[in-house]
Ligand binder design. Sequence first.
Ligand code: NAG
Ligand code: NAG
Ligand code: NAG
Length: 467
Amino acid sequence: MRSRKVQFLVISFLVMWSFITYYILLRNSNANDMTMQQQQQVKRLLPEALREDTKSLKLTRTLVEFLKFKYAGDQDQQTTTTPKISIVAAEISNELPEQALDKVMPATLKTTPAQIPNKTYLANGEPVIPILVFACNRVSVEKCLDNLVEYRPSIEQFPIIVSQDCGDERTKQVIQSFGSQVTLIEQPDLTDIFVLPKEKKFKGYYKIARHYGWALNTTFQIGFDFVVIVEDDLNVAPDFFEYFLGTHKLLKQDSSLWCVSAWNDNGKANVVDTSTPELLYRTDFFPGLGWMLTKELWAELSIKWPKSFWDDWIRHPEQRKDRVCIRPEISRTRTFGKIGVSNGLFFDKYLKHIKLSEDFVQFSKINTSYLLKENYDKTFLKQIYVLPLVTFEELRRNLIAIEGPVRIQYNTRDQYKRITRMLGLMDDFKSGVPRTAYHGIVSFYYNKRRVHLAPSANWKGYDLSWS
Ligand SMILES: *[C@@H]1O[C@H](CO)[C@@H](O)[C@H](O)[C@H]1NC(C)=O
Ligand SMILES: *[C@@H]1O[C@H](CO)[C@@H](O)[C@H](O)[C@H]1NC(C)=O
Ligand SMILES: *[C@@H]1O[C@H](CO)[C@@H](O)[C@H](O)[C@H]1NC(C)=O
């Protein structure tokens, strides 16, 4: 409410101010002692002032309409987000371009000229897995594409599709400079998005969600079984393609799996075991940042795709439905960009320390079936709870006499946060799930040993209130 009042005051002030300016201008124009130059200036300024005035009048009308709507209606509904309110409120905040009010939906969208390669399986029966790169206005997408093109083992099996939003010409030229190495598709709906004034700073997230929805729909329409998503600020590891080749089958074999991600949220060089680049995990936390999904999953999500914050949305129990992702011990992606919608501080503190794997693991040749739920839960989960239990202090001060892996227990949210902060791990939760956790267990490497930060053995599930 407060902000509405402030808004009202500011707008009233602006309206008054523009009337007064207009009045003074009129008065001055009648003065006889003006020089030629001044008279010309006034002539030029008058139409402008008139235009501004018409705008002010329109704004005032809208404001009155808005206030009528607001106060005549239910007094308790302070945070209604009915379309009417959003549109009116957005207009007040000058959020909408003039034409947007007339047509609630863009009338005509350009059709995509995209010629996405349409082969979905190779002659040898292996799937074609397109790499869908999301670009907007960062010319640094070049670094990402250089990397992908360099490590790609087969142009036929891994077509690179770059989907561009934002219509930035320089970025488009950079993408086009890759010639036939990549396919450029362009998100056709560049209209502004209606957001409430208080959500103005989140507008980027609305555009990203719209872009994802469109590009995934467009790509899966061709008939691919799998798609790998990469953002324009990611570098990939040499075995990035092998990683997805070796794991895609798991997504079809195990219905409790819904993604393979190339990212380890706790992948900082000092908390991973660099001698085990082949090691993979199951995680309840959706990592994103270079990830593969199936067309079945897209069919399920696309019909209810959100307008913003798709990554938080996807992590919600309503979407996740207890499904898990595969993630590597050592990241196969690394983000280099800090300009954009995500937080620069966060980049400096965590993201820039993530180690990008340099080894080449032939994932397609190794047995990854230990990652299937029935195998993993029998071995991994069981093994954790028979490990020696130590305290964080003992670990930190290297006071553990025995060799090999250990377990540290946490019981509360605050305890979890304290321990992870001291270890330099990510301390946050999304929908109650700690980053990288599987059944609440967060596994990392510390002082040359494997450590599992785990809840008690009778753990009952994630607590949505942990955040
Ligand atoms: C696939 O693409 C080729 C050329 O790129 C075209 O000739 C063919 O008609 C396409 N097939 C389908 C089913 O769209
Ligand atoms: C994708 O296409 C389907 C079918 O045409 C449609 O129902 C859905 O709303 C689209 N989703 C997005 C996010 O565009
Ligand atoms: C792969 O590993 C699983 C155990 O995780 C084992 O049961 C299976 O026999 C192995 N397959 C091959 C081909 O070695």
